[in-house]
Ligand binder design. Structure first.
Ligand code: DX5
Ligand code: ZN
Length: 243
């Protein structure tokens, strides 16, 4: 019984602190500042910047100028940089200088994981590791004391609009158990394919932050001036519905 009540309490606490992190990969880049203003006003808590280098992943997206531009536009919400790039150290320096709040990278993309995490912290950013669906969480156990964020990919990295990979839910539960046992305040984010119909299951598995791109910015298409309010209210409602 206790574990169930803990689970429920845990869900309620997530609902209280749940953060929807808007992945601007799916935003209208022709008016990026306004798009980000809009989703933040509608209730998104964080901005997620998917940096892809057409080397580590088969896609090319944003550089530090975009992070700098959002800060200059007046965005003071947390900007979480998700590096899908190799090597990572030069980009860590550039994004820290460009105003990143946190910088997360894939362990496969550096030869020295601990050194790259240390570099992010030296530059006064929060640091994290991103785990592809098939990558085990072994590094989390060793590095729990060094991590501010664990980002679990629920799609294979490189593109938005993909389908959520269901077996990652078990990894979310495994990471939640490990984080709670470590007693470190580590943010547990899930990234990829999160929509209204699966966000409750991701929260129930133990995530506290939900990276959403097409499931959020896709609502711009319906030309509903309140589109983002509508979808973020619906997503938040799924997080608070009685389990
Ligand atoms: C994949 C990206 C996407 C993005 C979210 O490399 O990291 O997961 O942030 O995209 P959606 O929500 O459209 O799956
Ligand atoms: Zn991402």
């Amino acid at each position: 019984m206790a574990s169930h009540s803990v689970k429920t309490d845990h869900l309620v606490s997530i609902a209280m602190n749940a953060a929807i992190s808007a992945s601007i990969l799916a935003a209208d880049v022709a008016c990026l500042g306004d798009e980000v203003d809009h989703v933040l006003l509608s209730g998104a808590g964080r901005v997620h910047l998917d940096v892809m280098d057409h080397h580590y992943v088969p896609n090319l997206t944003f550089g530090p100028l975009v992070c700098e531009g959002l800060r200059r536009h007046g965005i003071d919400a947390p900007i979480d940089v998700h590096l899908m790039a190799k090597p990572v150290d030069p980009l860590i320096r550039e994004f820290a200088a460009a105003g990143a709040t946190s910088i997360t990278f894939h362990p496969e993309a550096t030869d020295h994981v601990d050194r790259s995490l240390g570099l992010i912290r030296e530059l006064d950013c929060q640091c994290g590791l991103a785990f592809n669906p098939a990558t085990s969480l072994d590094l989390c156990r060793q590095l729990a004391s060094r991590l501010d964020t664990i980002l679990l990919m629920s799609v294979n990295p490189g593109f938005g609009g993909q389908v959520f990979i269901d077996y990652v839910l078990d990894k979310v539960s495994e990471a939640r158990t490990m984080i709670d046992a470590s007693r470190y305040a580590i943010r547990l984010e899930v990234d990829g394919g999160i929509k209204e119909d699966n966000i409750a299951a991701v929260a129930k598995a133990g995530a506290d932050t939900f990276v959403i791109g097409s499931g959020l910015f896709g609502y711009r298409q319906i030309k509903d001036p309140n589109g983002y309010d509508t979808v973020i209210s619906a997503l938040s409602a799924r997080l608070t519905e009685k389990r």
